[in-house]
Design a binder for this molecule. Sequence first.
Ligand code: FAD
Length: 400
Amino acid sequence: MNTTKKNSSATQEPVASSDVLVIGAGIIGLAHAAIAHQAGLSVTVIERDHRAVGASIRNFGHACITAQHGELYDIAQAGRRHWLNFADKAGFWALESGALVVAATEIELQLLREFSAVRPSGQITVLDAEQVRAKLGRETTNGIRGGAFLADDLRVDPRTTVGTLAGWLDQQDSAAVHFNTAALGFDEGTQRRARVTTSRGAYEADQVFICVGHDVDYFFPEIAAEHKITRCSLQMTSAAAPESTTIVPAVLTATSMLRYEAFTVLPSASALRRQVEAARPDLLEIGANVMFTQRPDGTLLLGDSHAYALTQAPFLTESVSDTLLEAAAKVLDVETIHPIERWQGIYASSDVAPLLIRNITDAITLVSVTSGIGMTLSFGLAESNINAVLPAMTTNSPAR
Ligand SMILES: Cc1cc2nc3c(=O)[nH]c(=O)nc-3n(C[C@H](O)[C@H](O)[C@H](O)COP(=O)(O)OP(=O)(O)OC[C@H]3O[C@@H](n4cnc5c(N)ncnc54)[C@H](O)[C@@H]3O)c2cc1C
């Protein structure tokens, strides 16, 4: 099942033909391609840019597994082993870092105790202030009351992960990644194979996965409207870690507990909301999730704010960055954090459902994570979507 590459011609011969064609080389597209390749299918990925620069390189690189709830938790846990496996195979950095939730008040600590009580033993360890300090690698714990360690979470380096994974895939037999190739349209094609028109000619495949992140409306405006997909814009900052501190886990705070469903279903969640509303309305106003992770070079990735619009203005607001940095500085017990870079990230968001998986035809599936946890869900989601099409593909393959 080799990926075949032919010359484009006036007779509309496809440029490339494979079992699976993936549109978009962000983490969702690449996870589908990697799992399809692992299942023995030939796979082609096309990406409109010369390298992927979407949400997947702009985030924290945090596989936030433990804080998911219900079906999303199952998907996140299913993807965990694939993250580690493909990090090993493709050679990208991944760490079984866990996550640290820092509690500054008794209500926050109570919520963490409730969380620990409903999860399997050993998954969540409630910590005292001293233990939090040790995990943070900081000597002072000004304002820290305690916290919890979430053992299952992983971290990758968002700046390099998708590039490394794409490069590795492209080197594999029967896999190819074509950059600077934009999908323009989709149809049934011939012999029930899907045909995709691109800026470099037509591609054919038995199964096409459209993984274009927040740009679903560019191709399917009705589906995007029906699923109420909007664009969520986040402000992010990088900075040197104070005193070159090494901070292994992803670090979450009270505002994180207001966002992730595993926390919001707990008894003390409404008390926590009231507490933050009273103490830090400015954080709620900007939709803050005060958290940070550390890249392998020691740089901290700090964020983030949330603002929603169908089309996002590209401008970053200085006061939003200041508010986020001041809150992170408090956790680290430093006067100020000196930014190195600031950037905007955008992801697809929907109040209707956290995921969009839609069969456009029998051979074309649209996939978008509409809840800002695409890194966390990517491989588990890909496993489930590839498993869903495998039986039909195994039946089809010998006929070609
Ligand atoms: C600041 C920020 C922080 C985040 N933090 C986390 C986190 O810590 N953990 C977590 O789980 N999630 C996090 N997320 C969410 C996560 O980053 C996204 O859910 C995920 O990256 C989405 O992946 P994707 O592949 O769908 O989208 P993208 O990474 O945006 O990739 C889509 C790709 O499709 C390509 N494309 C679009 N149209 C076409 C076309 N016509 N033809 C060819 N290619 C096309 C684009 O160029 C792009 O490369 C964060 C998001 C942001 C913005």
